[in-house]
Design a protein around this ligand. Structure first.
Ligand code: BEZ
Ligand code: FE2
Length: 408
């Protein structure tokens, strides 16, 4: 048994003072140090540095590690030129993204306090890295392919990857999962088969949805910028599905939809009614000119996530939270800071069905320790100070084991 002592602990009831946490690989109890010392006299006591806040480890629900080699290859600013540049550079980027590149990015996530991430995997290339990384990984095997001619082959490849991730579930911290690339890029027949696989094995399910205006226009009317794209690369000029048909394919199975920036109120209400959630990627949306998700009006749970380096400049969760503070400039900043911290802890864990993300008895002992430079003058501003002043956390614990920042 270990006992962690910090000036503040971020609990589901908010920031609390004069408390400590007793834990093994799970959290045993949150109470005063006096009570915990009496109850667990043999426990190792760990005093964090002055002005430290103990957070549950942060959860990044949506990242593409396979595109970690991108720095200046892909075209930012507008969705369609970006998608064209993905097609142009995809092979080079994936080829340049070896294990060393991906490990470096896992470490960057860890340094920012991310102890769990959802890896969207198109090819299965990052499975080995995800097995080795100390973090918990929800491994989203992605299905892609709108051309009916190749659908069976692509579905077969997808199922091989699902099975490979299932087979390493026991020896690693990997949770196998299913991702649907998007409505415009997945044929409805294999889409339904993949949703059924998720249902059968009770796997987390995710899909990009209504990211751009071009996607909306294509799905609604078969027109717009995606028309030229499909004519050029796929020799077709009709979409394989529409917005409603795609949404209905996920009925009765709560799914984590990424972006939804271009979803209207009727669609958002439908997602909410079906128990779905949203992965909100503020920097990705801004860099690809997709618009702003109005999080102030959402009536469904959402996480804040980095997306991949194919549409971002870092996988640091605090960089993402600072960007969210600036992007949502009309929301009162203190309330927003609190909402954002919840979105990468308790809400993200609930969305992915994980037993972490909260500092309370029974949860997994995953922690991120944030150390402020001086004593915070007002407790009600802790969330904002933590977001503004943290580039890297002091240390993280996963399943009760310490990983010092230097050792990352
Ligand atoms: C498709 O298979 O339709 C597709 C693949 C990648 C990007 C867009 C569409
Ligand atoms: Fe994505």
């Amino acid at each position: 048994m270990k006992i962690l002592i910090a000036d503040y602990i971020y609990t589901p009831q908010g920031f609390v003072e004069n408390q400590a946490v007793a834990f093994t690989d799970n959290i045993e109890e949150v109470n005063t140090l006096e009570v915990l010392t009496k109850k667990y006299p043999d426990a190792t006591q760990i005093q964090t540095k002055p002005h430290s806040i103990l957070f549950p480890g942060f959860i990044n629900t949506h990242v593409h590690l396979e595109f970690s080699a991108n720095k200046t290859s892909l075209k930012y600013g507008s969705f369609m030129p970006w998608l064209d540049s993905v097609i142009e550079h995809r092979e080079d980027l994936v080829g340049a993204c070896d294990n060393a590149v991906m490990i470096k990015e896992c470490k960057a996530m860890l340094a920012s306090g991310i102890t769990t991430f959802g890896a969207i995997s198109s090819f299965g290339n990052e499975l080995e890295v995800c097995e080795k990384t100390p973090q918990r990984v929800v491994f989203f095997n992605e299905l892609i392919g709108s051309n009916a001619m190749y659908a069976d082959m692509l579905y077969g490849d997808f199922m091989e990857r699902v099975k490979a991730s299932m087979s390493c579930e026991k020896e690693s911290c990997i949770t196998p999962a299913v991702a649907i690339h998007s409505p415009y890029s997945v044929h409805p027949i294999i889409l339904q088969k993949a949703v059924n696989v998720a249902k059968e094995y009770k796997l987390p399910l995710s899909a990009h949805f209504l990211e751009s205006q071009a996607e909306r226009e294509w799905l609604e009317s078969g027109e717009g910028e995606l028309k030229g794209f499909f004519e050029k690369y796929f020799n077709t000029s009709t979409p394989v599905t529409n917005i409603q048909e795609f949404m209905y394919a996920f009925d009765t199975y709560p799914t984590h939809f990424t972006h939804c920036v271009q979803a209207n109120q009727v669609e958002l209400d439908y997602l909410a009614q079906q128990g779905h959630s949203i992965a909100h990627c503020p920097r990705s949306n801004r860099y690809l000119g997709c618009g702003r998700l109005p999080i102030e009006n959402l009536n469904l749970p959402f996480s804040v996530a980095t997306d991949g380096l194919s549409s971002n400049d870092s996988l640091n969760i605090f960089d993402e939270l600072r960007a969210a503070l600036l992007l949502h400039n009309d929301i009162p900043i203190q309330a927003l800071a609190n909402t954002l911290l919840k979105s990468v802890t308790a809400d993200a864990a609930d969305i992915l069905g994980l037993d972490c993300g909260k500092i309370e008895a029974g949860k997994l002992a995953d922690f991120a320790i944030v150390t402020l430079a001086e004593t915070p003058k007002r407790k009600e501003e802790l969330a904002l100070w933590a977001i503004l002043h943290t580039k890297e956390v002091s240390s993280v614990y996963i399943a009760g084991e310490l990983l010092e920042n230097e050792a990352f």
